[in-house]
Structure formats: C-alpha cells, structure tokens
Design a protein around this ligand. Structure first.
Ligand SMILES: Cc1ncc(COP(=O)(O)O)c(C=O)c1O
Length: 388
C-alpha cells in the first residue's frame, strides 16, 4: 500500500489533502516521495516560521529530546521557564499558559476572561463578543466562538455565551454589548476568513469599550502573531495592547504549542486546579520555540519580514489577473479577477509550488526566514500561473 492509500484507509477523511507525499526539505524547499521539488509559500499553514530543518532549531530540539523529553507540569524545567521569560520580555505580557495548539490557547483565554469577570462581578457576565467571519479553532467552545454559521453544525449542543459582531461595524459592536459581556475577542487580520484586516477605528473602539467596561480585550494572534506580519504581534500595527493575546502556529517552528499571554491585571486569574495540560509547555517544544523567538529578536529580522511581504505585494499587484492584495507583512490574500483559487493552487502544485487558499482568495504564509532566492523563484512560478 502506498502512503496515500494507507492514509485514506486508516485516517479519518477530515482534510482536503492534495495528492503529494512530502518527504524532506530544507528552508523553503521540499521534496516529495516521487523526487519532485516544491517551493513553499505556505509554511504548512503558517507554522514553519524558520523554514524546514533550521539547524539551530533542530539541534535544540534533538539535544532536549536526549536530555529531558518530558516532565509533568507538577515539576519545573528550564526550557519552559526560559521560553516564558523570553516571551514575556519580548511581548510585555506578565504571565503565560502553555498548551499545544491555537484552539487550546483560545480555550484558556475564554476561561480566563470568564473567571476574571466572575471573580470581580460574580455570575451572569459570561458572554464573549467575537466577530462575524472569525475563526478560533475546532474544539466545541472555539467553534462556538467562531463567527461563521458553517461551523455551527452537527455537533449540538454547542457551549453558549458567544455573540457575533459584524467586523468593523462600530454600531453593531455597541448594539451587542450589554451587562452580560465580559470580553471581546478579535483577530486583527481574519486569516481563515479570507485574510481580512480590521479597520483602525474599529480596533480603537473595541479597546475603548473594553477599558470603559472592564472587559478583557482578547487578541487571537494564532495566525497573525510571532512575526508573521512583520511585528512580533499584529496589535503593534494598530497601536493597541490587548489584555490577553493568544499565539500558536509559528511559535513552535513546527512543533505543537499554544500560548495564552495575560497582562498584569489578569495574570493571576487562573489558579491551581482551574486549568492545565499534560503536554503543555513540553521541554522539547519549548527548546525549539526559544530558537524561533531568539531569531525573530535578531537585528532587522522583523523589518526584513515586512520587506519580503512588500516584495510579494509589489509583484502581485503588477499582474492583470490580481484584483487586490490584502493582509499584513507575510500574511497575504490575493483576490483574483477571473481565476478560481483552488485551480490556482492545483496549477501551482503541478509547477512545484505550495500555496494556500482562504475563502475565495489565494493565501500566502511563506516561511518568515525564506531566502530572497527562494522567495523570488516561488513568486516567479505564482506569477506565471496567475498570468497563464
Ligand atoms: C486565528 C486562528 N485561531 C485559532 C486557530 C486554531 O489553531 P489550531 O489549529 O492550532 O488549534 C487557527 C487555525 O487556523 C487560527 O487561524
């Protein structure tokens, strides 16, 4: 049986997979089992921030795997402590919970917001406003938080306590606010929703009402965070500081991690026994994530990411087929005039290029450290496909 047959025979058919078996890679270049070469402008789905097989990352991971691959969270270990200190120092947040995925990071943020409110105001203030067209994960609660009807199916009953605001609609934000609300949760650029950035005025209003009403502003930066937009967190583009920020994807550089970062006034809300994870903050994962953060903190690295994003934008906007380019930094959505995104994805695959889609757009989330040569070669293929 080959890998595709084996997978289809034994793995639940929940993914729309392309018929490519990836075997190994280096940087933004991958090789399939049949020897075919692919350039990568997707990073998995925004995960392999350092590219494939970064030597420093791989060394840190392998060394930690030999030294101490796991301990329960009933003990302490250095990689977790060091990663938390590094992330707090870089971000300005006070304390962190580590889980294993974006959904888990968001679950933690939701629990934290409800308990923050419960501790101060008692019961009855558990509603969280999220945005229409958002995506917050696949657990039942993060599905309920996700403001897209298509995800509210089959799995009834969903947890209650979410209300959806039209993105960028300040009047709707005010209409949905009442005394039961404890938090507002946003993605600064809705990734799965089609790479849709929020407007500054709306973000400012969210921050304002949260401060006025003592609601927690939660930023889901699972896709936008950890350098993806050319800043450590996309909030910096908007000049606001959310009370809680979640991160995942790129933080681990390819290993599973989720992080919920809390500002000082809500850093001690979750106490012993109220939350936890068997694997969260695993030593191997934390050793790898430290390498990711240290590389991002290097001189000019975030600016270089922004510049690479600009290079992509400029090339794409010069094409007749491209209607518009959305996003920030190296998080890019391409609206097409005549072609369909799934057809472009397929044509790119045939030509040896990995891209993504989001809603009706072609989506690019290239490895943050992609070399200029690989970026140019990948963009050449994409431009050819779009112009062909
Ligand atoms: C903004 C956002 N939040 C949460 C998630 C869920 O992350 P995970 O798949 O790691 O649970 C995603 C995944 O695409 C995401 O883009």
């Amino acid at each position: 049986m080959d890998t595709i047959e084996q997978t289809n025979a034994h793995i639940m058919a929940i993914y729309g997979r392309s018929a490519v078996v990836l075997e190994h890679g280096s940087g933004a270049t991958y090789y399939a089992a049949d020897g075919k070469k692919y350039l990568d402008l997707g990073s998995g789905i925004g995960v392999t921030s350092l590219g494939c097989g970064d030597t420093d990352w791989a060394d840190a991971v392998c060394e930690q795997a030999r030294k101490l691959p796991h301990t329960s969270n009933l003990f302490y270990h250095q990689p977790q402590a060091e990663l938390a200190e590094l992330l707090c120092t870089m971000s300005g947040y006070s304390k962190i919970f580590f889980g294993n995925s974006g959904a888990e990071a968001n679950e933690c943020a939701i629990k934290l917001a409800r308990k923050y409110s419960f501790d101060k105001y008692g019961k009855g203030r558990g509603t969280i406003l999220t945005l229409e067209n958002s995506f917050h994960g696949r657990t039942l609660t993060t599905l309920a938080a996700t403001g897209q009807e298509v995800f509210h199916n089959y799995f009834f009953p969903f947890p209650e306590g979410f209300r959806y605001v039209k993105a960028n609609d300040i009047a709707d934000l005010h209409a949905k606010l009442d005394d039961t609300v404890c938090a507002v949760m946003v993605e600064f650029v809705q990734g799965e929703g089609g790479v849709m950035p929020l407007e500054q005025a709306f973000v400012d209003e969210v921050r304002k009402v949260c401060t006025e009403r003592d609601l927690l502003m939660i930023a889901d930066e699972v896709q936008t965070g950890i350098g993806r937009t050319g800043k450590l967190f996309a909030a910096e583009h908007f000049g606001v500081r959310p009370d809680v920020t979640t991160a995942a994807k790129g933080l681990g550089g390819g290993l599973p991690i989720g992080a919920c970062l809390a500002a000082e006034h809500c850093a001690d809300v979750l106490t012993a026994g109220t939350h936890g994870s068997t694997f969260g903050g695993n030593p191997i994962v934390c050793a790898g994530a430290q390498v990711v953060l240290r590389k991002l903190a290097g001189p000019g690295v975030l600016d270089a990411i922004a510049e690479k994003g600009q290079y992509l934008r400029d090339r794409l906007l010069a094409l007749d087929e491209v209607e518009a380019v959305s996003g920030l930094g190296m998080m890019i959505g391409i609206s097409l005039k005549t072609k369909k995104a799934p057809d472009v994805l397929k044509a790119c695959l045939d030509r040896g290029l990995l891209v993504l889609t989001a809603k009706e757009k072609v989506r690019l989330l290239p490895p943050l450290m992609i070399s200029q040569e690989e970026l140019q070669a990948g963009t050449d293929i994409l431009c050819d496909v779009l112009e062909g």
